[in-house]
Design a protein around this ligand. Sequence first.
Ligand SMILES: Cc1cc2nc3c(=O)[nH]c(=O)nc-3n(C[C@H](O)[C@H](O)[C@H](O)COP(=O)(O)O)c2cc1C
Length: 187
Amino acid sequence: MSNDPTDADARLRDLRGLRQTRRFTEDPVTDDVIARILDIARWTGSAGNSQPWEFIIVRDRAMLEQLCGIGPSAQFIGKAPLVIAVVLAGANPRSEAYDEGRVSERIMLAAQALGLGSGTAWWGNEEFAAQAQELLGVPPEKAMLSCVALGYPQPVQRQAKVGLGRRPLSELVFSGTYGQPWQPASR
Ligand SMILES: Cc1cc2nc3c(=O)[nH]c(=O)nc-3n(C[C@H](O)[C@H](O)[C@H](O)COP(=O)(O)O)c2cc1C
């Protein structure tokens, strides 16, 4: 990795700028692009290097429309060019939840590097997740809770009904023990 501070600034700007994409253009996403993204994803770290993930690439429009109808949060995937459903081994739900977050973010970051937008969608509760899992033929001993939609982003996005800002560091970060303010030394 380069040590050039200009590169660091650009990388940090990209990391900070990663947003949830919910509206996509109709431009096709090639298998080559998907393969590049998944090749990055498979190198994500996981608990004990267990790599508890498998991926299902779903492009079929009728299937996407069925998946988007399950629960209230996944509606936007109905119009996405594709989703990558994240299947977990189902052996260690606690560590796999962490691994799922990491690998999903890695998919989103790789997509960003290739000029694509991405959005994570959760099927919300056990009942919805089980419906989605059955629809995609995932064995019941595994777990499938979410997917990442991918495509080229429309310039105007639909935002969630939740706030978009972020809490300031002064509210989030303590020094030494919980509750002690952190006052960073200025450069
Ligand atoms: C664990 C998790 C689950 C999410 N599930 C959904 C979802 O089901 N549908 C959706 O539209 N956005 C979903 N999001 C996206 C969040 O709403 C979004 O990240 C948040 O509102 C901040 O917006 P930003 O990512 O554009 O900055 C999810 C994000 C995370 C981390």
